[in-house]
Every structure is written in structure tokens, then in C-alpha cells.
Design a protein. Structure first.
Length: 244
């Protein structure tokens, strides 16, 4: 574990909960609510964590925790850093993404095994000028095994993380297509960078919510296949958690 050598650091205080080593980060309110339902957390019994909610079993210190929602790399990292300071060591992130490759469809499940860094947070965690990062975490292998075991169709590969959701311009999208990028989203490269820097285990699972591959935006947030995809991922996360 890297030393906390910054001027301001996340801290575990007497009032911080004992959340244990396993944590789930749900980027969206919809997935957070569904996970709470699956894991028998009351949606009204939570601890505020910045602008998000932290759910944990108050009767079982050291147990599982779930937090969200959040958007963007800087805020996602604030949450992750706090979870790590409070004891999290094995983290699963679930989020949504936009298809960049024409091989990816709305509702598909993606396991990001590498990332293209186009956000401003990762460089503060030792990535330097290298925009590419491999996700060689044990948790990624565990998630892959889970998806295969449950016969869940998924794709794995590179994902592009950007801060500028309204600056996904055609020439950049085309370049990423040519480089084999599957999808675009706003958090995963920073989460992987922090996990590598802090020496913790993390995997992301993404569900394709919209499509940019034709250079014309096609939203799919209300498509049945997308809803089924994200609910399937939430159920599989529940299955994976006891083994962690």
C-alpha cells in the first residue's frame, strides 16, 4: 500500500464505519437501488458519503458495503480513496458506457481489461504520459470466470475514459475505433489507476447504454435489452460477493 503523502488525505476516524474488505461501487442510481434490493439493504438506511450514499450492514462490522451514485473520474476517485482508507481491498465497479466499436451493441456486457486514459485524474497516480493501462488485477480474472461460469455473453478489451462527454468528436471516435476501443465512459481508467497505486484489487463491469459507433448518437437507456443486461450484471455481482 502506498503511503498517503499528500497534504489532504482520506482518513478513518472514530465515526467512520467498519466497511470491511469488499465493496461495490455503482455509478448509477438505478443499479445502486437494484443492488440494495438484491443484497437486502434498506434504501433508506445509509450513511452519506460526500454526495453519495454508503450502504453497509451495521450489525456486521467488516462486512460488505455498496456506494453510489457518482459521475466522472475525480469524484469516483474521491469515493474510492475513502473506501480504501476505511478498509476496502476488493472492489467491483458497475457502470454504463457508450459503444465505440460496431461490434458492440446496446445491452452488451463489457469487461474492461485495458483502458485509454483521457481524463485528468490518473496522471496524479503515477501513470505519467502513458495513456494506456492494463488491468492485470486478480479481480478481473474472477469476474471473467464468473461471467463464463454463468454463460453470460460478454466482450472484453479496451475502454476509453473521458472527462468531456460532449467532446466525443467524430475524428477522435474514429481513431479509437481503429485502435480497437470497444466503448467510452467516464470513470474506469481513474479507478484502475488508483487501485494500482494503492495496491488494492479492482474490476469494472460495464453495460452498453448508448451507441456512438456510427458517429450519430443512439441512446438505449429504455431498451429492454439494456435493462436486462444491467440487472443480469447486478445479480451476477451478488453471486460473486460471497467468494470474496
Amino acid at each position: 500500500m502506498q503511503n498517503y503523502d499528500a497534504v489532504v488525505n482520506p482518513q478513518k476516524t472514530k465515526s467512520s464505519p467498519d466497511i470491511g474488505p469488499v465493496a461495490v461501487m455503482a455509478a448509477t442510481r438505478a443499479d445502486l437501488s437494484y443492488l440494495c434490493q438484491l443484497l437486502n439493504f434498506s434504501r433508506d438506511d445509509f450513511q452519506p458519503l460526500f454526495m453519495s450514499r454508503l450502504y453497509f450492514d451495521r450489525r456486521n462490522p467488516g462486512g460488505l458495503s455498496v456506494t453510489g451514485p457518482f459521475v466522472g473520474a475525480p469524484y469516483a476517485v474521491m469515493l474510492l480513496e475513502t473506501l480504501i482508507a476505511w478498509g476496502a481491498r476488493h472492489i467491483i465497479f458497475i457502470g454504463w458506457c457508450g459503444a465505440v466499436s460496431d461490434r458492440v451493441n446496446i445491452g452488451d456486457v463489457i469487461l474492461p481489461t485495458s483502458v485509454y486514459i483521457d481524463e485528468g485524474t490518473s496522471k496524479h497516480y503515477g501513470t505519467g504520459d502513458n495513456p494506456k493501462l492494463q488491468a492485470n488485477f486478480p479481480m478481473v480474472s474472477k469476474v471473467r470466470q464468473m461471467l463464463v461460469h454463468h454463460n453470460c455473453d460478454f466482450q472484453e478489451g479496451a475502454v476509453w475514459t473521458t472527462d468531456a462527454v460532449y467532446r466525443e468528436i467524430p475524428r477522435v471516435v474514429t481513431t479509437h475505433q481503429q485502435n480497437g476501443i470497444l466503448a467510452v465512459e467516464m470513470e474506469i481508467s481513474a479507478l484502475y489507476s488508483v487501485a494500482l497505486f494503492r495496491g488494492v484489487d479492482l474490476a469494472g463491469i460495464l453495460v452498453v447504454s448508448d451507441d456512438l459507433s456510427t458517429l450519430s448518437w443512439r441512446p438505449g437507456f429504455k431498451h429492454d435489452r439494456f435493462v436486462q443486461g444491467r440487472q443480469t450484471v447486478c445479480r451476477l455481482i451478488k453471486e460473486l460477493l460471497p467468494g470474496l
